[in-house]
Design a binder for this molecule. Structure first.
Ligand SMILES: Nc1ncnc2c1ncn2[C@@H]1O[C@H](COP(=O)(O)OP(=O)(O)OP(=O)(O)O)[C@@H](O)[C@H]1O
Ligand SMILES: [Mg+2]
Length: 255
């Protein structure tokens, strides 16, 4: 079926299932390779109640990760999407709240203040226009704690801890950088593996980054290591979902 026909069929299906953003989601899902059959399967696993939010979340995740660019109807893609909606619909929606990442970073830094030695300078670079994101705020604070913990460990008493927020194409970006020991290629390759640690017995369990990655993925984002000259940067991207962050025809702007 041609893309335009699939878009129309999807938009009709969405409208028929009470999904409000049919005119936006139809084309987005069509571009990702979804069709009406796929929507039927999603409706079966997610249930009508979670359908609209789940589809919106998937569409925005696809958009953020650039998957919309590679258009194909592969079975694998379809089952990934179904799995994504299923995990979304199982999230504890009640605790999802619009979250300011800089606020979370600040409260984390406050909690860890006693761990910051006198020789470590903390530099904050919070961009002004970062949108709030739909997130489990407590989990994000856990995530920041793991990253700051690692940075402090790596610096061994002296250096600069840099905490940065920014905003790029439908994702909020948070970076935690340190001027510590850095990672070898080998460590970088395994840093996210569960139980991988270079720390001594009783000092590290090797779960910090494994847990961090799970938290990030639960929010539909990604995390990576960005080694820069004299700085090790852990970079987190979290999709921003919600009306403020998504391109959408202006509604109700009369006049
Ligand atoms: N900022 C960093 N600079 C240098 N190495 C790092 C940094 N962050 C992580 N690593 C490396 O990655 C490994 C895995 O990190 P992870 O947080 O998963 O476990 P851990 O810190 O060793 O133990 P845990 O966090 O469970 O107490 C670390 O042991 C360390 O070698
Ligand atoms: Mg750690």
């Amino acid at each position: 079926m041609a893309l335009a026909d699939r878009e129309d069929a999807l938009s009709d299906w969405l409208a028929g299932h009470g999904v409000a953003q049919d005119w936006v989601l139809g084309p987005e899902l069509a571009a990702a390779g979804a069709d009406v059959d796929w929507c039927e399967r999603v409706a079966a696993v997610a249930g009508e109640a979670a359908l609209a939010a789940g589809l919106e979340w998937v569409a925005s995740t696809l958009e953020t990760t650039g998957l919309l660019a590679e258009v194909k109807d592969s079975t694998r893609r379809i089952s990934d999407l179904v799995a994504a909606v299923r995990s979304y619909s199982q999230l504890d929606r009640a605790s999802m709240q619009r979250t300011d990442v800089a606020e979370g970073l600040e409260s984390t830094l406050m909690t860890l203040a006693h761990r910051v030695p006198a020789g470590v300078t903390v530099v904050r670079e919070y961009a002004a226009d970062v949108p709030r994101i739909q997130a489990l705020a407590g989990e994000l604070n856990q995530l920041w704690t793991h990253l700051v913990d690692n940075a402090l460990d790596a610096m061994d008493g002296a250096g600069t801890l840099r905490v940065r927020t920014g905003w790029e194409r439908s994702a909020v970006v948070v970076e935690v950088g340190d001027t510590g020991a850095g990672m070898t290629e080998e460590v970088r390759a395994h840093a996210f593996d569960p139980f991988f640690t270079t720390k001594g017995v009783g000092e590290g369990t090797g779960l910090g980054l494994d847990i961090s990655r799970r938290i990030v993925e639960r929010h539909g984002g990604d995390i990576g290591i960005d080694p820069r000259p004299r700085e090790t940067v852990l970079r987190v991207r979290l999709p921003s979902v919600g009306p403020a962050a998504r391109a959408r025809p202006a509604a109700g702007t009369a006049g």
